[in-house]
Design a protein around this ligand. Structure first.
Ligand SMILES: [Zn+2]
Length: 404
């Protein structure tokens, strides 16, 4: 894909800011070294970011007798960013300062009957207003809000192209939200968001080739190739949840059979548990969140049926992750999403075994496989970084008389 000079400039601002957030305070030559950009380019970009209030001067570095080097640091008070994770069963919103410190968050349940576009937009609006109005965020200008919805998303148009679990097709979500919220809004999906969160702040920081598995009601994989999020030509890369794991297997919402998601997504895990033990007290009809929570608890307590359901899930998941490992040869695989967080270490341990068993031998062995170290909600954090990226596209334009 050929990128315009403006896109390259935005990407470079993004790299400089990302590095400055990771290394604050940091000198311009160090930023140049870490990003691979020239010192002149870095000086210009730092000037633009300082002009937008995102970076500030932070004294001088001790240079052991040489010319002292000026340091710059991210300005946490330079604005606030909001990220929203809309999943099938909940809406979560977080507000962050520019150093990615979470200031406030909120989560509310989304019932199946609430999954019409109007109702989802209303729930997003309420969640965003709740965090923006929280006293911890008081006085900080909100410079952008990123919203993640499951499925295939057209970022430019702000449209949810296809969300199979809700039966959505071509829903103009950002238009519905713009009627409710006074912020600059950006749309993407949870796979891209959770990958970005791990790249900026989590287990994939400093890694070039990484896979972040998002396990929730839906399932997918965020992919980093060469240090950057891989979106594909239609922004739908990572729909690994709809690759086939079992020929003529379980029926999926997408209309096909045997998709990975139907075995390792929350409803698939519930189905496996029901097949193992139809009358299991762990089953909560109509409540997959509670069933997964009960399953995790019972597994930790040594319940044999729960342990077997988790083992079965891990062996499906490991086989499907092994395909990704064979295809992409990543340095690290991160298990993220609310199902991974709930099932935790028992799932992780068995997925590692299953991947080792199913992936081709490579040197030095299987990739590192870890649980996401990020706290409350990586997808919200990642969505906020999309908002930041969108805002960075226009940083230079806000200053009249400056070329962008
Ligand atoms: Zn499918």
């Amino acid at each position: 894909v050929k990128r315009t000079s403006r896109e390259i400039r935005t990407a470079n601002r993004y790299r400089v800011l990302r590095q400055a957030i990771a290394d604050s305070p940091v000198s311009r030559p160090r930023l140049a070294e870490a990003t691979g950009l020239s010192t002149a380019t870095v000086a210009t970009l730092v000037g633009e970011l300082a002009g937008a209030g995102m970076l500030v001067d932070a004294g001088f570095e001790d240079s052991g007798g040489g010319r002292p080097r000026g340091l710059v640091a991210v300005n946490p008070d330079g604005g606030a960013l909001i990220g929203v994770d809309v999943a099938e069963t909940y809406v979560h919103a977080g507000i962050y300062d520019l150093a990615w410190t979470p200031l406030a968050r909120t989560e509310r349940a989304l019932r199946p009957m609430d999954s019409t576009p109007e109702r989802v937009a209303r729930a997003i609006g309420a969640a965003v207003r709740a965090v923006a109005g929280h006293h911890a965020a008081a006085g900080r200008p909100v410079i952008g809000a990123g919203v993640s919805v499951p499925g295939v998303v057209d970022r430019e148009a702000g449209v949810s192209v296809f969300a199979p679990n809700w039966g959505w097709q071509d829903v103009p979500l950002l238009r519905l939200l713009a009627e409710r919220l006074p912020y600059r809004l950006f749309l993407d999906n949870p796979l891209h968001a959770c990958l970005t969160a791990e790249l900026w702040s989590g287990a994939a920081r400093g890694r070039d080739d990484a896979v972040v598995i998002n396990l929730g009601t839906g399932v997918g994989a965020g992919l980093a190739l060469g240090g950057e999020l891989h979106r594909g030509v239609s922004n739908s890369a990572g729909e690994w949840g709809h690759t086939m794991l079992v020929l003529d297997g379980r029926l999926c919402h997408c209309g096909r059979h045997g998709c990975v998601e139907t075995y390792v997504g929350a409803p698939g895990i519930v189905q496996s548990l029901r097949e193992l033990s139809p009358l299991s007290p762990l089953l909560h009809p109509e409540d997959q969140t509670e069933t997964i929570a009960e399953l995790a608890r019972a597994c930790r307590l040594g319940d044999p049926v729960a342990a077997k359901a988790v083992r079965e899930t891990a062996s499906y998941l490991g086989a499907a992750v092994a395909d990704l490992v064979n295809l992409l040869d990543p340095e690290i695989v991160v298990l993220s999403g609310w199902v991974a967080r709930r099932l935790g270490t028992p799932l992780l341990r068995q997925v590692r075994q299953s991947v080792a068993q199913h992936a081709l031998r490579r040197t030095p062995g299987s990739p590192e496989i870890v649980l996401s170290p990020l706290g409350a909600n990586p997808v919200s954090l990642g969505s906020a970084t999309f908002a930041l990226e969108g805002v960075l596209a226009t940083v230079g334009q806000r200053r009249p008389g400056r070329a962008s």
